[in-house]
Design a protein around this ligand. Structure first.
Ligand SMILES: *Cc1c(COP(=O)(O)O)cnc(C)c1O
Length: 360
């Protein structure tokens, strides 16, 4: 066995750390923003039936164009979209990676507004793209003026806007998105991984797509849709964007099993999304209780809450972990992030936090 230092690794990867949210078998895992409600059993059986049928044909490569899945995703999104507007991959992380492979890479740059989703800079690193970390306003908000000024100054080839932003939960206005689009010379991606959790009536960046051929809206089945383990992410954009991604994707990148499972789940989108309202209730409950306990929760349009006012984040992480509860230390001093769980999981977190807080 050798060590990484002894291998002829690319110079720009030396000394770097991989993505690493802790994975530990605890009773209450509220650290990676999953939908913690399981899939209804009757839905699971119907998905299995789809997968079983697909298995009979696994001797053949899958539909390289995943046409049925793209049609189902377009129907799910609405907004007048059709199959040609849709692209999908194994999680939206792979979709984002393909976007960088096609539109960024060596000699080009990607801009994001930090703190933001940690995978953006890692995807830049993996594709040899220069990462530009631009600043946010007070309380992690992002105004049209601040965002557009950074884009005008740096002229990035690609901009990733996370809406709402992970790990802060901050909603992003359509005004900020259009200001960035108007200032940007290249591709603008709005990552709407958490869109389904937004308050009812919140407009999606999907409404901005007509007439904006450099705009991409990224979505995932990993969060509200309760399908993280299946690895299905997708985007909506001008059909020419999909043509660009065909140049960089691996042939047959979406397995027949993935396509069948995703189609099965999309047949039951109402049942899959039935708990979203309940999760919003738990998120609001977390915000209210954190304030009562003297912490500073931030505005969240998502299923998670960032809160400040933590004296020692490592100690709080450890104390909760010892009680079987996992939340996230995202590296912002004095701040932690927690996902809304079921009512029981959320209560376990809030009760443990109240007990720990009164002790200090
Ligand atoms: C969780 C998350 C994703 C989803 O990644 P998948 O690869 O689809 O599981 C994408 N973007 C953000 C900001 C996320 O938090």
């Amino acid at each position: 066995m050798t060590s990484l230092d002894d291998l002829p690794l690319r110079d720009d990867l030396r000394g770097k750390s991989p993505y690493g949210a802790p994975q530990a078998p605890v009773p209450v895992a509220l650290n990676v923003n999953e939908n913690t409600h399981g899939i209804p059993e009757d839905v699971a059986h119907d998905i299995v039936a789809s997968v079983a049928t697909a298995i009979l044909s696994l001797n053949r490569y899958p539909d390289r164009e995943f046409t049925q899945l793209r049609t189902a995703l377009a129907d799910y999104l609405g907004h007048g979209l059709s199959a040609e507007n849709i692209w999908a991959a194994n999680g939206s992380n792979e979709v984002l990676q393909q976007i960088l492979q096609a539109f960024a890479g060596s000699g080009r740059s990607l801009m994001g507004f930090v703190p933001t989703y940690s995978m953006y800079s890692l995807l830049a690193m993996g594709t040899g793209t220069r990462w530009i970390a631009a600043e946010r306003d007070e309380d992690f908000e992002l105004s049209p003026e601040t965002a557009a000024a950074a884009v005008s100054r740096e002229q990035p080839d690609v901009v990733f806007l996370c809406s709402p932003n992970n790990p802060t939960g901050t909603p992003l206005s359509l005004e900020t998105i259009t200001a960035v689009y108007d200032a940007a010379p290249g591709i603008v991606v709005v990552d709407e991984a958490y869109a389904e959790f937004a308050p009812v009536g919140t407009p999606s960046a999907l409404t901005l797509l007509p007439g904006r051929e450099r705009l991409i809206v990224s979505r995932t089945m990993s969060k509200a849709f309760a399908f993280a383990g299946a690895r299905v992410g997708y985007l909506a954009a001008d059909p020419a964007i999909a043509d660009a991604l065909r140049l960089v994707r691996l042939p047959y990148h979406l397995s027949a099993l993935t396509q069948a499972a995703a189609l099965g789940a999309l047949r039951h989108s109402h049942e899959m999304l039935a708990v979203v309202g309940e999760i919003r209730v738990q998120k609001d409950r977390i915000v209210a209780h954190l304030s009562e306990l003297g912490y500073k929760p931030y505005r969240s349009g998502s299923n998670f809450v960032l809160f400040g006012g933590v004296a020692d984040t490592r100690a709080l992480f450890q104390s909760l972990f010892e009680r079987g509860i996992l939340i996230r230390d995202i590296g912002i001093p004095g701040h932690m992030r927690v996902s809304a769980g079921t009512e029981a999981e959320t209560s376990a977190f809030l009760d443990a936090l109240a007990a720990l807080t009164s002790k200090v």
